[in-house]
Design a binder for this molecule. Structure first.
Ligand SMILES: NC(=O)c1ccc[n+]([C@@H]2O[C@H](COP(=O)([O-])OP(=O)(O)OC[C@H]3O[C@@H](n4cnc5c(N)ncnc54)[C@H](OP(=O)(O)O)[C@@H]3O)[C@@H](O)[C@H]2O)c1
Length: 345
């Protein structure tokens, strides 16, 4: 997509949901008008992430219905709603995320705060750029947490995910041993071919013992838990004394139940991790440096495999393909390639 000054249409097409768990509709609605400190992005690409599925079920962030899903994406800023930074962003290709409680990226246009846009490096395409703000930044945050906490090694589950594969590449770069946990036999050799040294299958009988032994041998004291539920107590039991477990998703959908004795006697901790909350604790300078580092790695270690790119109208099919095999790669929605013509054309 060229960063040119485009004539704005009055209406646009967007994916909308009218109630939690409800069907997704393609609707024609007014193009949003950005206010002061906001910009209007002409969307180029937007992935489907596990957090989008949780949002569609009504299990994640608050939304006023009907709303447009999509928690990250990329596009070109075509209007400023006022303010110096917003004006400077016009014509820039950006990665973007919606305002809190705002409409999302699965649409031809999205308005958002300029602070929720990051200019994309020229070598990064719209599809990879659309996935910059969630997984690459979270993976980099995990590395920072491991380094700052003096953890000698780390553990990550749901490790065949896009994030898991990025973490394999980054921990290799930083020479931090990583124990990867998957739940499918075929993912063990797959992750080894991606550069992983240690891969355990949580469905193996010896899993809990193997994890305990390996964690102690490697000094793995940072446990990253995207599965939670029953797996959390297995991880905590296996963790060496003084370990920290970061619960960063709830893929199992189950609550955590842990013997408090493990926490009390063995000085282990459970913390929640959410990228936005973590970034919120950082200074502006830290954030700028952090984003610069993420951008540098974006076309190398922080890429995600793309399974398929589909149009907005194919959203229901796109979600079911994604649900069926999340480890096969991301499904990207392309509002521009939609067979629905841009209403400005
Ligand atoms: N807290 C934060 O700020 C934050 C930020 C970014 C990402 N995340 C989380 O990080 C995780 C990975 O994200 P992603 O975009 O990289 O995911 P992804 O590429 O879409 O892959 C999802 C992975 O989850 C696995 N999975 C699904 N349900 C599972 C279950 N019940 N038990 C074990 N594994 C299961 C799948 O493996 P199978 O092949 O076994 O199905 C797949 O490898 C997600 O849960 C996401 O919400 C959190």
């Amino acid at each position: 997509m060229k960063a040119k000054y485009v004539q704005l249409p009055e209406m646009m097409h967007a994916v909308r949901q009218h109630e939690a768990g409800g069907k997704l509709m393609i609707e024609s609605i007014p193009v949003p008008k950005p206010g002061p400190g906001e910009v209007l992005v002409k969307m180029a690409a937007a992935p489907i992430n596990p957090s989008d599925l949780a949002l569609l079920q009504g299990n994640y962030l608050a939304r006023n219905y009907p709303f447009i899903p999509g928690l990250e994406g990329s596009g070109v800023v075509i209007r400023s709603g006022g303010g110096l930074l917003s004006r400077l962003r016009v014509r820039k290709r950006v990665a973007c995320s919606p305002n809190p409680e705002g409409d999302g990226t699965w649409a031809q246009y999205m308005k958002t705060s300029v602070m929720r846009t990051v200019p994309l490096p020229s070598g990064v395409g719209s599809e990879q750029g659309a996935m910059m703000l969630v997984n690459p930044m979270t993976t980099m945050a995990f590395i920072q947490i491991a380094l700052k906490g003096g953890h000698k090694a780390m553990v990550n589950n749901a490790a065949a995910s896009a994030l898991g594969k990025m973490l394999i590449r980054l921990t290799n770069q930083h020479r931090i041993p990583l124990i990867n946990i998957v739940r499918k036999k075929e993912q063990v050799p797959e992750l080894k071919s991606e550069g992983a040294t240690y891969v355990l299958n949580s469905r193996d009988e010896s899993f809990a013992n193997d994890l305990q032994k390996l964690s102690v041998d490697l000094g793995a004291t940072l446990f990253l838990d995207a599965v939670t539920g029953k797996q959390t107590s297995i991880l905590l039991k296996a963790a060496p004394r003084g370990s920290t477990l970061l619960a960063y998703a709830r893929l199992s959908g189950d609550p955590i139940s842990v013997d408090p004795g493990i926490l009390i006697k063995e000085d282990k901790q459970i913390e929640g991790f959410q990228l936005g909350n973590w970034l919120h604790t950082k200074s502006i300078l830290y954030k700028l440096r952090f984003i610069r580092r993420v951008k540098k790695q974006l076309s190398a270690s922080l890429t995600s495999h793309i399974n398929r790119s589909m149009s907005l109208e194919e959203v229901e099919e796109a979600i079911s393909i994604y649900r069926e095999n999340m480890s096969a790669g991301k499904i990207i929605l392309l509002p521009e390639k939609s067979s629905i013509k841009d209403l400005s054309d």
